[in-house]
Design a protein around this ligand. Structure first.
Ligand code: KIV
Length: 267
């Protein structure tokens, strides 16, 4: 096991400067407790992802998530983080309408949510939105490859194999000023190719080991989400099984009268 990094806070410039020097570990979190645990474990960034629509709210996609919901979860996460960078996702239709809309809503995630940066999906088509946010002083993480908010347009959560499109998208958001970019669900060779092509860190999810860092969804990596298990989501624990077993033991003890015992009872 490698050592947990020193406690110096991660900043947007230090995150960006890690390219080529150190691999970046990013995890999603949606509440105070999980954010605190991830921060104490030494993650470089916590992403308040709109994946909360699936793993917290139980929707089949992230499309129904609102800006107010991301704001709420961002405030919870920020209270649990000491060192990591906090990046908040802009949900579907909170930035695609116009660059002006993007700035307003991204600004709210920083001003009202306390995030350090925002993430938005899309490449060439989102160049103006990214640039407008960056010009307004809002750090932006890009997201190319599989963009889950376009799930219906893409025909499902499918591996993206169009190298030309991926490279054009990554170049467009880099030029517009992103400090890093998530690269989702592309073949490993493409993940490595896009990483070599851009000057900002690529954070892969299902994009192979050639990226500058990796991101996983908290519930996937801990075995807490039973509905869907993507190939790339390595399980580091089976907390789902542990929770069910613990709650079942509690139910049994309540029913047979062994809980509460003397040590859990006031005299
Ligand atoms: O919403 C999210 O959690 C994400 C990550 C999967 C990158 O965008």
């Amino acid at each position: 096991m490698s050592a947990v990094p020193a406690a110096r806070p991660v900043t947007v410039p230090s995150f960006r400067a890690a390219k080529g020097a150190a691999k970046l570990a990013v995890v999603t979190a949606y509440d105070y407790t999980s954010a605190r645990l991830c921060d104490e474990a030494g993650v470089d960034a916590v992403l308040v992802g709109d994946s909360l629509g699936m793993v917290v709210q139980g929707h089949p996609t992230s499309l129904p998530v609102t800006l107010d919901e991301v704001l709420y979860h961002t405030r919870c996460v920020v209270r649990g983080v000491r060192r990591a960078l906090v990046v908040a996702d802009l949900p579907f239709l909170t930035y695609q309408v116009s660059p002006r809309q993007a700035v307003r809503n991204a600004g709210r995630l920083l001003k009202e949510g306390g995030a350090h940066a925002v993430k938005l999906e899309g490449g060439v088509r989102m160049r103006a939105a990214v640039k407008a946010c960056v010009d307004a002083g809002i750090p932006v993480m890009g997201h190319v490859g599989l963009t889950p908010q376009a799930v219906h347009q893409l025909g499902g959560f499918k591996v993206q194999r169009d190298a030309e499109q991926l490279l054009a998208d990554a170049a467009a958001v880099e030029e517009a000023g992103v400090f890093a970019a998530v690269v989702e669900s592309v073949p490993a060779e493409l993940g490595a190719k896009v990483t070599a092509a851009v000057g900002v860190p690529t954070i892969g999810i299902g994009a192979g080991p050639g990226c500058d860092g990796q991101v996983l969804v908290f519930h996937d990596m801990l075995g807490l989400f039973p509905d869907f298990r993507p190939k790339f989501a390595k399980r580091y624990a089976d907390l789902g099984g542990a929770v069910t077993a613990a709650v079942a033991a509690y139910c049994a003890e309540v029913r047979d009268g062994t809980f509460p015992a003397a040590e859990h009872t006031f005299r």
